[in-house]
Structure formats: C-alpha cells, structure tokens
Design a protein around this ligand. Structure first.
Ligand code: G3H
Ligand code: 13P
Ligand code: ZN
Length: 333
C-alpha cells in the first residue's frame, strides 16, 4: 500500500518556496541520516519558527531504511507540534539528488512530499526527458519536483562530476517550460563537500586562510531576468567553518585545505530568487568536531549519549545560526 505524504502531516515545497521568493529569504534544505541530526533540525527550526526541507539522499535512504524513514518523518512532524504547543512548522520530506525515475517513484510511493531529479550530468535533451517523466508522476500525487541545469563539482552518491559547468541562462526558460519543474537548481560556483575549491583557485589572507573566488552573481542575475519569479535552488552551500576544521584537526583529524562558501555570499543569494539553500557538510563537520573532542578529552567514555548528545547540541546551534543569520527564514513558519 503506497503512503501519501499528507497522511504523514508533511507538505510539498510549493507554498514554502513561493513565500520565500516573495519575501526574499531562503528555506533551509538540511540533510539528515540519523535520529540525532533529525532531532537537531527540528529543535532548531521550531525554536526559530522556520519552515524546513528535510533532505535525504539515495545513500541516506539506504542507510536509514525506507520504512524507518517514513516513521521518522511522521515523528518529526509530531515532535515539532510538541515543541510548539500544537501549532507545528511546515515540514517537507525531500529526495536529494534522485538519479532515476524508479527511485523518485519509490520515494513518492513511500511518503516523500518532494523529489529532486538530477539529470544535470546528462545531455540536455535526456535531462529534459527524464525530468518530464518524473514531473508527470510526481504531479499526479501533488509532489513537488526540483530539476537541475548546470553541473556542480563534487560527489554525491552516483551523481558526480570533477569540474563544474555553470548554468546557461539561455536554457532555463526552455527547460522549465518543457519539464514543468517546480524549482530549479543552478550552478554558479558552489560545489559539494568540504573542499569546494583547490588552494590554486583561492587567495590566502594575512592569517594564511584560503579565500575562495566569489560566486557568479552575474549568472544568477541573468537567470532571474530570463525566468522572473521562479524558485531557484542553491546546492553545495556549506561554509566550512574554520573553527570546526581546527577542532577536527587538533583532535586527530586530517582535513586539508577545507574551504566553503562565505556566509555573506549565501545571505546575498537568499535575498534573491534563490529560495532554497542546501547544507549538509557543515552539519557533518559540527558532529565530527564535537565527537572527536569528547573522545580525545574523555577516552574513558563509551555511552553513545555522552558523545552524540553534545554533537546534537552543536548541530542545533549551527542550524539556528544558519536560519537566523544566513537564510533569513526565522519567523516564516
Ligand atoms: O549533495 C549531497 C549531500 O551532501 C548528500 O551526500 O550522498 O553522501 O548522502 P551523500
Ligand atoms: P554541502 O556539501 O555544501 O553541504 O552541500 C549539500 C548539498 O548540496 C545537498 O544537496
Ligand atoms: Zn546537492
């Protein structure tokens, strides 16, 4: 028996993103794989009264188990109500970087309220065909669809690329018209993971910290001109906080030349047509930094709550910061 997302108390992204577009902020697309990450996201977004898109990659779905995931999402909706005296916040369960029609269909049939079909690495016409097919099935079920044009470098499951290819503004109208997607992910210089740029692509400031090249706001503006009032999505938007990288490296880690997107640039993007911003790596860094520190300082500890608990708290603080100071989605629930 298929499960429809409305029975889980979830919403699709349509209203969320159109409000974000009108009011110049971005809805967080936070990735999760386990209970502590999910708890931290819900705590932070209820605290700040922000809508939230819970993102699950193909790998995360395999890791968490698709049956458990459905109940976790339903649990998240109930938990959010508990934390807000019954009013709750808008919550979407979204497939991140779907790589096939079958995967998108399976997610739609098991309670997802939104899917991304990432055909960005395919030839243009194949991307259109695949995306169109997913949209047809998704819209029959009132599920929203995110497509992608342009290629981000980095690796996520089976969708990977070594070099980024910026989105071509002249393709966006044709793509959105032909496919019927509800939102469009673009490539303007962000990329996935904790090493978004090579040291060669960056400058070093006086403290020796790598300063990355700026995002291509000129391409974003050209896209907005071609496609006015259309929800744009930015992937690869972690900022790779250097204090977290330092804690990891001081506690036995080995992250070299890790560099992300400066928060001021994401803030600027959130005030434009970009109305969904994806963040995964910063959460991974916050968890890893906290757990490494606890293990280093308390080698006698073996109760998972003693290291996952502080990691969850660090994550909660990180997400509150993103909502309030980067995305601007506070009080928009
Ligand atoms: O953009 C992709 C996300 O960071 C998910 O990564 O495929 O390792 O779960 P993952
Ligand atoms: P980061 O690796 O920059 O967090 O990007 C996450 C992302 O785009 C998920 O789709
Ligand atoms: Zn992504």
């Amino acid at each position: 028996m298929p499960t429809h997302y409305k029975d889980l108390g979830l919403v699709n992204t349509k209203e969320m993103l159109s409000r974000a577009l009108k009011e110049d902020y971005a809805v967080p697309g936070f990735n999760f794989n386990n209970m502590e990450q999910l708890q931290a996201i819900i705590m932070a977004c209820t605290d700040t009264e922000s809508p939230v898109i819970l993102q699950v990659s193909k790998g995360a779905r395999e890791y968490a188990n698709q049956t458990l995931l459905k109940y976790m999402a339903h649990g998240a909706v109930q938990y959010a109500k508990e934390l807000t005296n019954g009013s709750g916040i808008p919550i979407t369960l979204h497939l991140d970087h779907g790589d096939s029609f079958d995967l998108c269909k399976s997610c739609i049939d098991t309670g997802f309220s939104s899917v991304m079909i990432d055909g960005s690495h395919l030839p243009y016409d194949d991307n259109v065909e695949l995306t169109k097919k997913v949209v047809a099935y998704a819209h029959e079920h009132d599920v929203s669809v995110e497509g992608e044009l342009g290629v981000l470098s980095g690796i996520e499951d089976d969708v990977s690329a070594e070099k980024s290819v910026y989105t071509q503004p002249e393709e966006v109208v044709d793509f959105t018209k032909k496919t019927g997607v509800d939102s469009l992910a673009i490539s303007i210089g962000t990329s996935h993971g904790a090493n978004k740029f090579t040291p060669k692509q960056c400058k070093r400031n006086e403290e020796g910290i790598l300063v990355p090249p700026p995002l291509r706001f000129d391409i974003l503006e050209a896209i907005e001109k071609e496609l006015p009032d259309f929800p744009i999505v930015l992937h690869g938007s972690s900022s790779v906080p250097q204090n977290l990288v330092k804690i990891i490296n001081e506690n036995g880690g080995d992250l070299k030349d890790a560099v992300g997107i400066p928060e001021e640039q994401l803030k600027k993007a959130a005030e434009s047509a970009v109305c969904k911003i994806n963040i995964d790596s910063d959460g991974r860094l916050a968890m890893t930094a906290t757990i490494r520190k606890v293990f280093n300082e308390h080698p006698e500890e073996f109760d998972p709550r003693k290291y996952l608990g502080p990691a969850r708290e660090a994550l909660r603080e990180l997400y509150v910061h993103k909502v309030k100071y980067v995305l601007g989605s506070e009080n928009k629930a």
